[in-house]
Write a protein that binds this ligand. Structure first.
Ligand code: NAP
Ligand code: FE
Length: 364
């Protein structure tokens, strides 16, 4: 029975030199921009240079904040928002992986709502942001087309979704920027994109629209497997990984993610393991925990493997880092996670605290 709402308002412009070709669009958002980036990559991969040239061609004044760290914190977001307020910027251009893109959404909310601080950022009210233009330079999070912003809350000792629905106004996709990613970042982020596809498909909210994006995304991801195993990434492969990530973002924008994402945050926060790996290592336990494996079989057949074990064997080759957890960590995190009922509600089957424990225990 059909029963869904589909809403993805971000305009997507894709192609080589797309920022230069579409620079006039920036004039629609005001006269003053705040550029948000990570510490190095936006300068090295040419994206910052292209954005500056595009803004200058429209006579838009800009300020650069280039201090966003991986897994951005409320403190850094607040520092950037204070700058943006002082400069009275009209909109944000965010360049980078999920960290700068997510941070930009939180910063945009704080610039719009001048009284918000890092401490009151996770407000339950529905808040607005100034416009965001997103330029992804990794192929993993899909943040350029999702309404989510994952921010590290050191007070709560975890990463949390901001709780607001902030879709960027525009996503500019140019795979040339992604060509500078080191192999590890390429694989970690490609795993995150695959996680989004799988978790969206296995969500209660999965529907005919999201499944269309998931099936195409998994097909593209499968086509990149030989390149990922050889760690050879020509532009044609970069473009496929980029579209995998954006399709996955469009899917999770509707369905949300599921158990591995919620459970992986503790692995990232306490062990410093990258986001894509933190989720992927939970896949043997996650996939095997399903009593009804019909939908999992569909995923395996698109990927071109016969069994969950074969799939996990492939994942093992793509995870470039060993993760080990102590029994004490597993017990504490299982208890904490099990009490976040919000995170369990999209899962197709009933989950117990023991199921959560076993997923952590059967780590890849
Ligand atoms: P990231 O944390 O944004 O960046 C990881 C590393 O890659 C950084 O060192 C960064 O360097 C570097 N990098 C980025 N682009 C590069 C390029 N083109 N060439 C070379 N290096 C590059 O990584 P991410 O995996 O994309 O984002 C992870 C974050 O997104 C996590 O906080 C995760 O929770 C969140 N996330 C959000 C969503 C969502 O829907 N919003 C979904 C999933 C995950 P610089 O610091 O120098 O830029
Ligand atoms: Fe993710």
């Amino acid at each position: 029975m059909l029963d869904f709402i589909y809403h993805m308002p971000t305009k997507i412009y894709a192609g080589e030199e797309i920022v230069r070709k579409q620079s006039k669009l920036l004039s629609n958002y005001g006269n003053k921009a705040l550029i948000i980036t990570g510490k190095h990559s936006a300068k090295a991969n040419g994206a910052l240079k292209d954005v500056v040239a595009a803004l200058e061609s429209c006579n838009i004044i800009y300020t650069i904040f280039d201090k966003i760290e991986e897994n951005p914190s409320t403190e850094t977001v607040e520092e950037a928002a204070v700058l943006g307020r002082a400069e009275e910027v009209d909109f944000i251009v965010a360049i980078g992986g999920g960290s700068p893109l997510d941070a930009a959404k939180a910063i945009g909310v704080m610039i719009y709502h001048k009284n918000l601080t890092g401490d009151t950022l996770f407000s339950k009210e529905i808040l607005t942001s100034i416009p965001i233009i997103a330029i992804p330079t990794t192929s993993g999070t899909g943040s350029e087309v999702t309404p989510y912003a994952i921010i590290t809350d050191h007070y709560a000792k975890t990463k949390r979704n901001l709780g607001q629905r902030i879709f960027p106004q525009i996503a500019f996709l140019d795979a040339r920027y992604n060509s500078y990613m080191p192999d590890k970042v390429t694989l970690d982020t490609a795993l995150d994109a695959m996680n989004h596809l799988v978790e969206s498909y296995l969500s209660k909210k999965s529907n005919i629209m999201t499944e269309m994006f998931v099936e195409k995304g998994l097909t593209l991801w499968k086509e990149c497997i030989p390149a990922m195993l050889k760690k050879e990434f020509p532009l044609s492969v970069r473009e496929k990984l980029m579209m995998t990530s954006t399709f996955a973002g469009i899917a999770i924008a509707q369905t949300g993610t599921s158990l591995p994402h919620g459970m992986g945050y503790s692995i990232t926060y306490f062990k410093g393991i990258s986001h894509g790996i933190a989720n992927t290592v939970l896949y043997p336990g996650y996939l095997n925990s399903f009593k009804d494996k019909t939908k999992i079989q569909n995923i395996l057949s698109i990927i071109g493997v016969d069994t969950i074990d074969d799939f996990c064997e492939l994942l093992k080759q793509l995870v470039m880092q060993k993760v080990t957890l102590t029994d004490e960590e597993i017990k504490t995190w299982s208890k904490n996670f099990y009490h976040q009922k919000e995170k369990l509600k999209n899962h197709l089957e009933v989950v117990t605290e023991e199921d959560i424990y076993n997923i952590y225990k059967n780590i890849l």
